[in-house]
Ligand binder design. Sequence first.
Ligand SMILES: [Zn+2]
Length: 263
Amino acid sequence: MQRELILLAFFFFLYGIIIGSFVNVCIYRIPKHENIAVTRSHCMSCGHQLAWYDLFPLFSYLFLRGKCRYCGVKLSKQYPLVEFINGVGYVWIFGVCGIGSTCIFYCLTFSALVALSVIDWRTFEIPVGINLFIGAMGIGETIFDCLNNQDQLKEALADHLIGMICVSLFLYLLYVLTKGRGIGGGDVKLMAAAGLLLGWQKIILALVLGCVIGSIVHIVRMKLSGQKHVLAFGPYLSVGIFITMLYGQNMIDWYLGLFAPVQ
Ligand SMILES: [Zn+2]
């Protein structure tokens, strides 16, 4: 049993770094509106098309010691970093959720969160295609949740549908009131898509976590650099969503337990 678990975890890591190399492709191409599927990967510096053995995630970078095989230019550390983070995330989600439909939907959502975080950090925009992808994961999770809880079908369905609107509607009002300066339209759509995936309690928790983590990091960054930074909210919301996917239910149970009558 132990050995099977380790083997499965290793499989999830491999799967994670392979999807992670596709996440890298998305991070570079989506903001430039390049096709993410058709054109083959090439070196950013010399334009040389990369062979399949140059594209093997993580290991190619380590083997080539971070340089392009053809022109010797240093490759961005972002490639192996994104692949590694994606691999670790997959193993982590598998470890907490166990194998099943939720695990798969959460893993793919995690990859989308990694992609949108880097893109939002750089461009202050969350591509609509990534939010749509997370929305599709939300639809999948809602369908499976309803199939698994047929005796409580209405409750399960309501949980996800309310999740889709409860936080996003609140953020949309902020968006309208601040004329888009307080929060971006991409953040609103992200929380609608993630809310459908997570349900209403968890998406509220994700928002709270995102705001707390975002404020702390933002204050530290301003103290360190002495400058005003424009805050990209997407990465912090993503961290909040990720923590909630893993430990949200435990945190909500603990919180609600505070109000339970003492026996
Ligand atoms: Zn090159």
